[in-house]
Design a protein around this ligand. Structure first.
Ligand SMILES: [Zn+2]
Length: 303
């Protein structure tokens, strides 16, 4: 009986830990404020932040510091890669949150943070780069405080998404291509790769493009419905978007892109000096965060 009692106590602790681990991800109003504030501070401190430059490295270090505020370890993953201008140094920022299952499945959530060197005039990248980088900071907090979750989750701020001359196999998407190798070298199975891009737009219309894994399109629609954001999300079978999720698709991993590629009249603010924080809203980041949280909960908990 004594032994049973002692075991009972342990079992209760284990059960409590398991119950805590099963908490779904919740993205709150405070998280949206945190995402918005982080995006604004990032633009202010780190513009421009072209990949392969000292200011790009500064931006990665800024994110390293800010991302670790959630209490989880953030790391820099530096690597060299070929570009049309020779070999350059790139730097992804990562938070890796191990799951409770031992099956080695990972969910990857990504946002690029760099600004486009190809823009004719300096582009602050408030929506394109900073908004989803801020969103990822807030998501890291939301995911970490409700975890550990069944699957392992990697949050990655990718460098070198923008091309330095023109998109080509050696120009653009350096961070996500490197990330695929990073997971492959560690023998990790990527259950789903999620790319977030330009989701802070005040006038938010989220697209899941045609080049997304079919089953994930359905799950995205379920997530939007669950989050009460059905009218905000459209699966556009006529639109193909090459983005950071593309490297995962090429590697045979399920991958999805959430993007609002309609920024200003006729996308006029994209890659221009007009991409400033006044075009970004906390309300849009709240909607985007709630959608991603709902999507993650379907992946993690099936509901
Ligand atoms: Zn861009």
């Amino acid at each position: 009986m004594v032994e049973l009692k002692r075991l009972g106590g342990v079992a209760t602790c284990v059960l409590a830990a398991w119950t805590a681990a099963a908490a779904p991800v919740v993205f709150t109003d405070d998280d949206a404020q945190s995402a918005f504030d982080a995006a604004g501070a990032f633009v202010k401190a780190c513009t421009p932040r072209h990949s392969g430059t000292l200011r790009g490295r500064l931006a990665a270090n800024w994110l390293l510091d800010r991302a670790s505020w959630c209490g989880a370890d953030a790391t820099l993953d530096s690597f060299r890669d070929k570009t049309p201008f020779g070999e350059r140094q790139f730097c992804n920022v990562m938070i890796e949150l191990p799951g409770t299952r031992t099956n080695g499945h990972w969910i990857v959530v990504m946002s690029h943070f760099d600004t486009p060197a190809t823009a004719k005039q300096p582009c602050p990248g408030a929506n394109d780069g900073a908004s989803t980088s801020g969103l990822l900071i807030a998501l890291a907090d939301a995911i970490n405080r409700t975890g550990p979750h069944p699957d392992s989750i990697a949050l990655v701020w990718t460098d070198g998404e923008e091309c330095c001359k023109a998109y080509a196999p050696d120009d653009g998407f350096h961070g996500s291509r490197h990330l695929v190798d990073y997971f492959r070298e560690r023998g990790r199975s990527v259950k789903t790769a999620i790319c977030l891009d330009m989701l802070g737009d005040k006038d938010l219309h989220i697209i899941v493009p045609a080049n997304t894994t079919t089953v994930l399109k359905k799950l995205a629609q379920q997530a939007a419905e669950k989050a009460g954001l059905k009218d905000l999300l459209k699966v556009d079978e006529s639109l193909v978007v090459t983005d950071d999720h593309s490297a995962f698709l090429s590697a045979g991993c399920p991958a999805i892109n959430f993007i609002d590629f309609d920024y200003g009249p006729g996308n006029a603010w994209w890659h221009t000096p007009a991409d400033t924080m006044d075009k970004v809203s906390k309300a849009s980041l709240l909607s985007s965060g709630r959608l991603v949280a709902a999507f993650l909960n379907i992946l993690l908990y099936g509901k």
